[in-house]
Write a protein that binds this ligand. Sequence first.
Ligand code: SAM
Ligand code: SF4
Length: 485
Amino acid sequence: MANLIEDIGIIGASAAASSETFRVSKDADTGKTRKLYIESYGCQMNYADSEIVASILKKEGYDTTSDLRQADVIFLNTCSIRDKAEQTVRNRLTHFTAMKRNNPGLLIGVLGCMAERLKSKLVEEEKIVDLVAGPDAYRDLPRLIAQVDDGGKAVNTFLSREETYADISPVRLNSNGITAFISIMRGCDNMCTFCVVPFTRGRERSRDPKTVVAEATDLFNRGYREVTLLGQNVDSYKWSESENNKARLEKKGVDKLVNFAGLLEMVAQIHPDLRIRFSTSHPKDITDDVLHTMAKHENICKYIHLPFQSGSTRILGMMNRGYTREWYLQKISRIKDILGDDCGISSDMISGFCSETEADHAETLSLMDTVKFDYAYMFCYSERPGTLAEKKFADDVPPEVKKRRLAEVIERQNAHSLLRNKADIGRVFKVLVEGRSKKSEAYLQGRNTANKVVVFPKEGYGKGQYVQVRIEDCTGGTLIGKVAE
Ligand code: SAM
Ligand code: SF4
């Protein structure tokens, strides 16, 4: 059983917290002359951005490749969220130096959050970098590449107040053909003190809902059965015909607008067999309207990723999260009132934020005990240059204390994940099959509405089908069952 679980690529909570993994573009040979290789780091939004980049360059005569050696252009789509993510990218760049030496015509570019954060410094420090493009500069990539082809270096890190790439149909790079991500907004206006995102990805703007519905409809018609709507704070999605920038919308007092509940409603109506998920929700912004819309539509998955970051109201205040411990717990009660105890809830948390005491840490553990999350992404606090926390507070929790507290948090979460999964034994779930197990042809893998991974013997079923599965066993990360009669 252990092999089976490893095989389908489920990583435990501790692995998720410690690894800085990346995704590589897949091979697409449509007869184009040049090859683009993209390595993407960080969050789902970054992976979705790489698909926009691939789409823009496809029109310029590039096919994607998963083989570095075939590439004419190598892009690293980077993440700045923690120092470790940046270090991984720097190590990767060192690795590319030899390739560039043997192939001087090879173009190496840095995209995404690190590009925005480090700008031309990257070109100067990492001598092999030819091109730097921030998250809002991807339409400019053809011009930037031409500039490098002409013998120069190219940098564009301009942050837009309107860009959403609404009209660009992404090339699916790591797709299983069943589930896909759709960006519905960009940027973040929240200014959590620990976070670099508002600086690297700019102001919050929402994408035209008609283009979101069109993209989801097209995916459904091509056989996809699940879309995840993506944004740093989906609950603050706001769009009107005249304005898509949240700050300007609020300033102008526009009240005829589409909010997140409205967008969910529109996407849910595309087809009952198209499942909808979304991420990330913010405790201060998720509304009863959203929860009622979820309850109304069977095809909106009963799962919410609701980061809490810390169980201590004092620390939450210093983080500028805009809610208290009590407010967070009340939101959890609201979710359970409207959607029931079966609704999957996952979270993010940070150990060792500035001035965190043992008492604050104990409050984090006790909040976890109260909620019993199904899953969590857990991190040590990593001070980021330029953030409000870096300017205002001392990063004064010693690394070994951060690590010990994180280990305690992970241990607690592992126990809760197992407990929550054990409660599902004997129950029957509707599972959307995403594919087969890599090692065992005889097993399929999918997820239930609460986002739990379910593995079961194939019995003639296949990818893209909905199957009723009775759960017979579990680990902390997986439910294991058989097709229910
Ligand atoms: N917008 C989402 C939200 O507010 O919940 C999350 C965005 S961030 C990409 C994902 C997670 O990274 C955060 O929820 C937080 O737990 C973690 N994170 C962000 N900045 C961090 C930092 N400086 N050190 C450690 N973890 C951090
Ligand atoms: Fe960062 Fe806070 Fe915005 Fe999330 S809500 S992206 S943590 S600033």
